[in-house]
Structure formats: C-alpha cells, structure tokens
Design a protein around this ligand. Sequence first.
Ligand code: GLU
Length: 457
Amino acid sequence: MTVTVRFAPSPTGYIHIGNTRTALFNWLFALKNDGQFILRFDDTDVERSKPEYAEAIKEDVEWLGIRPSRIAYQSDRFAIYASAVEKLKSAGLLYPCYETPDELERKRKLRLARRLPPVYGRDALKLSADDRAKLESEGRKPHWRFLLPNFSADPFAPQRTDVHWDDVVRGPETVDLASLSDPVLVREDGTYLYTLPSVVDDIDMGVTHIIRGDDHVTNSGVQIALFEALGAVAPALGHHNLLTTVSGEGLSKRSGALSVGSLRRDGYEPMAVASLAVLIGTSENVSAMPDMAALAEVFDPKATSKSASKFDPGELDTLNRTLIHAMPFAEAAPRLAALGVEGAIAEPFWLAVRGNLSRLSEASQWWGIIRDAPSGEETVAEDDKDYVRSAFDLLPPEPWSRDTWKIWTDAVKQQSGRKGKTLFMPLRIALTGLASGPELADLLPLLGREETLARRP
Ligand code: GLU
C-alpha cells in the first residue's frame, strides 16, 4: 500500500514554525517511504477560515520545498460528511443532546462533587421522543455526540476501555475511552467540529499515517473508535512534541508569532528553517541540511523528545550562515539575478562574498560596492591619505588575478615600511568604504585596475 500522509491545517491564520514541524515530519516521512503527501485544508469552520490564509499556507509549503500530490478543501466535501453522519445516526452511535454550556458546567460540578469523573453523563440518551419534541418546540436545537464504545451493555456504566496504538513517534500509547466525554461531532447550527470530517477524509483519501502534534494524542483515542464505527481500520498514528517560544509560550496561528511568512521575509533560507523545525527537540544534532534529501536522511521520527522544545530564532542565523557560506553559484544564481547580480563576474563575485553574508540579499550591498562606489560608511583618515595615494601609484598593470593583491601589497610594504593592519586597513577602507568584508585578494580582480584607481583618495 502506498504510504499516504496529510498535513491538515485550518486556514485560520498563517502557519508558524510549529505547524512547519508537522508539515515537514509528514513530508520527510513520505520522502523516506516513497509516499504521497496531501495538503488538506480543514476549513469546515467557514467563519474563521479565510481563502487568503489558505493561499498563504500553499505558498509557505511550496517555499519550504514540500510538493503536495493533492490539495483538498474540506469545505468542498460537506456532502460526504453528511452521509457519514447519517450512517452513525442510523447505527445509534450519534445522539442528540440539548444542554446549554451552563447546564453542562453545572452537571460537571455536580459529578465532581460526587467524586465521579467530570465527563458527560449521557443524560441526553435518557430522553424520550416526546422529551426531545418538547425541547425542540421550545426552540432548542440539538448538538450531536458520538457514543464512545466504553461500556458493555449499559452506556451509563462505562468501563475502562483502553485503546492502544504503536505511535510512529512516541512508541506504545494508550487512551482509556472511559476517561472521556462522548465528543460533540456536530454543533447546534449543523456545523462540524474537526473530529468527524478529519476521520472521514482520512478514510476517503487513503491516509495510511497520521502524523501531527502531541496535542492530538487524546483525540486519537476518540478517532480510532470513530474509524471503527465507520467500518474502517485506523491508520498508523504519530504525535510529535510541540514547539514553544524561547520563553516557553505556545505558538498560535492567530498571534502570527514565528510565522513562516515572516521568516521568509526576514531572508532566511528555507532549508535553515526546515532543518531547525525538524531537528530541534530530537536526539539528532541541529545542523543545516543543504536539501530535503539530506534532511530526510537524518530524520527519524522515533528520535523525537516527548516534551515540548523551545524554538530559538537566534539558532536560525547560525544555520542560515552555514548554508549561504557553502551555497554553490548555480543554486544562488537565479536569486542573485533577481537582485541585479549577473554577468561575467557574477560567479567570482558570489564565491568572494558568500562567506561574509548572513542573508543572501546582503549580496546586493557588496555588488553595489564593487560596481558603483565604496559604501561610504568609513573614509580614509586624513593621516593615511598620503600613504594610500602612494600605495595606489604602485598598482601593478593588468591582467589581474587573485595574486595581484599580494604582489601589490608586497611592493607597498617595501616602499612604506608599514605592515599588518596599518598596511591593509587604509587600503580596505579606500577600496570598499568598510572596515571589514571579503578577502581583498578576491575583490581586487573584480574591481579591475581602472575602477580601483578611481578610488584613489
Ligand atoms: N486541522 C487540525 C489541526 O490543525 C488537524 C489535526 C490533524 O492532523 O488531524 O489541528
């Protein structure tokens, strides 16, 4: 059977680094197993779901390097959920309840006072047809609960019912269905909570592995029962730990904190974001992987910690630099061209400057320095001007190569008697307008003799 996974965000905001972890765990799992990846928008909540968020999520997923084989929207599939609802109702597994939130809260407190577990006591199951008709004539509309299979004959006497699975990430897991309330699947207004459409789609789309955050572990107990109630076998399940901010707060789509879009706009490389999002909180070393195939190689869902991990964006800078410093020209070229960096010297330019960049976009500053003028941040000190002028008079004739810098500065050293920083720094400042930067041996041939002479103070 083809391994089929899905990433199922609700398009109610921009995806953040924690959602990215879920998406990538699924994508890497698919890559490792020659599988399929479905991007499924859980947009049954039509009030909060927005097409612009779905579009942004598609872009983010694409930017990360994930290539879905299918994109689906739950809002297109209401008819399929309605038929699953009918199936459950006719099997007596979905029953109408009429309690208001206040009534439920009162019942919960009462149960606690009686030292009973604070779960829903299934009172609505006791309603007769007449009771229901009366409630409805008073204008009450039912919400619908799934009758959990946690009893033998008497639903009012639930018994410990352990659901087990071998979690793809966490190993053996158990949820006791008697510790849970019958979940509401359909709200009073007829809209669906996430539980049922998710299971219906996982069956219909042939999902073989559900990989998601560990905030869904309890849901999995319920959903396994629901898969079975709908005549299916539950897929394999995996729950990875969640990411928090450095100060330990949870991430939320609505707050926009650490959104993929903002990291992209900040100029981070997708593989820096992907490497950190996947490897943090695992027993693997966090290092920058150059591409998805390399990340898939080190990805092992079982190596994931069970407790939440802090995501430190500072670590991204280190990973980003590593990737940029080693990035081959062929990979950088299209993005450099978009910055206006092209032509015969684009490649030697890239190889000269990449080791000094934290972000690829910083290449344009150096391109301006080489092609137009020194940066202007630093100017040659008054005391050094005569020294620099006579140094420029010693510039060797062209053709220039990487050796020209040494030939030139050897001659300057001999004439001026200067050495070390006092020799080099005034020349660096005259040539680039900055006190640090790429090797001057690399920059000099890019400037050429004429442009270099034009920078004589
Ligand atoms: N829409 C759900 C969420 O974002 C999907 C959970 C799941 O993968 O089943 O939490």
